[in-house]
Write a protein that binds this ligand. Structure first.
Ligand code: OSB
Ligand code: MG
Length: 368
């Protein structure tokens, strides 16, 4: 039974600035949900960023909608499944739904002694790691950064692109590191359909995929784009639910999907998208949102499902933080191990977490 829920706000510095087409991040603002009872605590980490630039969600907004509209639906008997049903009438706010649903799920799985991987149907004990490389000040810088990640053992490189930093950086990386390198790009919605001919210039570099070239709402335009560009289109921002995923696949808007549990309202919905894609033979991979160890552990459980056939943005702790809030996730032979303990399988270092915490509020107390 749940006895209390807390919201914790914290901040952690990134090891290096992360630049995308929508902005530069130098630190990560954090929102954790802690669901406690019977001597157990379940954890969720919110993927929303400080500002609504990746999508319309942002971390203060998530806290607000959680407090006003979602936490009032929770009582001592609420489960992840009953919570998902209860919030199905609230439109949008996927990242807020996901953080609370995940904390509830972690709580009940820990209590039952079941790992998140087992619960979801994981078939792998470790997952191949890729890395997302931010936009760099110059191509020389980019080549240096990519070389460093390859030295670390990353199995796939994703380059962030934007208009003005696309064809030439991709050409330089392909030429320098050779045809065997698994290489893909992510535009974070920075182009328009009228850029189709320009994006088709990427075809010669034999990329695994182009991720989210056009705005989130323009799903059908991606189907148009895919008639001009030979490189497979992968959607990230656009895929907010299994229903959207089905429609996007039906109209040919994408042939690959980046699944982020936080973006789709949680792991229950993420599993549905996986199952849909698996049934249709559509490849998926696990994206990331610069998570700390709490969010990373949960993503790894998902990434261990059989449909995750492409390396994800599930990178080692050291790619993001000097010190993670959990024991660090370390790359071994280009892989990360999937946690096997109950729930997400890892606990934060509470002394360290407390040291970066700005506030921790009890937001729900359940009566006996
Ligand atoms: O579009 O995949 C993205 C990070 C923050 C927000 C959006 C994205 C990303 C990344 C990095 O590409 C993923 C990661 O390493 O966590
Ligand atoms: Mg992306």
């Amino acid at each position: 039974m749940i006895s209390e829920i807390r919201l914790r706000r914290a901040r952690i510095d990134l090891v290096s600035p992360f630049r995308t087409s929508f902005g530069v991040e130098t630190s990560r603002e954090l929102l954790y949900v802690e669901v406690s009872g019977e001597g157990t605590t379940g954890w969720g980490e919110c993927v929303a960023m400080s500002e609504p630039m990746y999508s319309s969600e942002y971390v203060d907004g998530c806290e607000s909608v959680l407090r006003r509209f979602m936490l009032p639906l929770v009582n001592r008997d609420t489960t992840a499944q009953s919570f998902a049903r209860a919030v199905s009438g609230i439109r949008g706010h996927y990242m807020a739904k996901a953080v609370l649903e995940t904390a509830l799920l972690d709580f009940q799985l820990r209590r039952d002694g079941v790992s998140l991987g087992t619960f979801l149907g994981a078939t792998q004990t470790r997952v191949r790691s890729g890395v997302s490389v931010g936009i760099q000040p110059s191509i020389d810088d980019l080549l240096r950064v990519v070389q460093g990640y390859l030295d670390d053992g990353y199995q796939r490189i994703k380059l962030k692109i934007e208009p003005g930093f696309d064809i030439e950086p991709v050409r330089a990386v392909r030429t320098t590191f050779g045809a065997e390198l698994l290489l893909q790009v992510d535009a974070n919605s920075a182009y328009q359909l009228s850029d189709a001919e320009h994006l088709a210039r990427l075809d010669e570099f034999d990329l695994l995929l182009i991720e989210q070239p056009l705005p989130e709402e323009q799903v059908a335009s991606h189907a148009q784009l895919s008639k001009v560009v030979r490189t497979p289109i992968c959607l990230d921002e656009s895929i907010l639910s299994a229903d959207v995923a089905r429609e996007a696949l039906d109209i040919g808007a994408c042939s690959i999907i980046n699944i982020k549990p936080g973006r789709v309202g949680g792991f229950l919905e993420a599993k549905k998208i996986h199952d849909l894609c698996y049934e249709r033979g559509v490849a998926v991979w696990c994206g990331g949102m610069l998570e700390t160890g709490i969010g990373r552990a949960a993503n790894l459980a998902l990434a261990a499902l059989p449909g995750f056939t492409l390396p994800g943005d599930t990178s080692a702790s050291s790619r993001y933080f000097r010190r993670d809030v959990t024991a660090p996730f370390v790359l071994r032979d280009g892989h990360l191990d999937v946690p096997t303990g109950p729930g997400i399988g890892i606990d934060p270092d509470t002394d360290y977490l407390d040291s970066i915490t700005s506030r921790s509020d009890k937001v729900l107390v359940c009566d006996e």
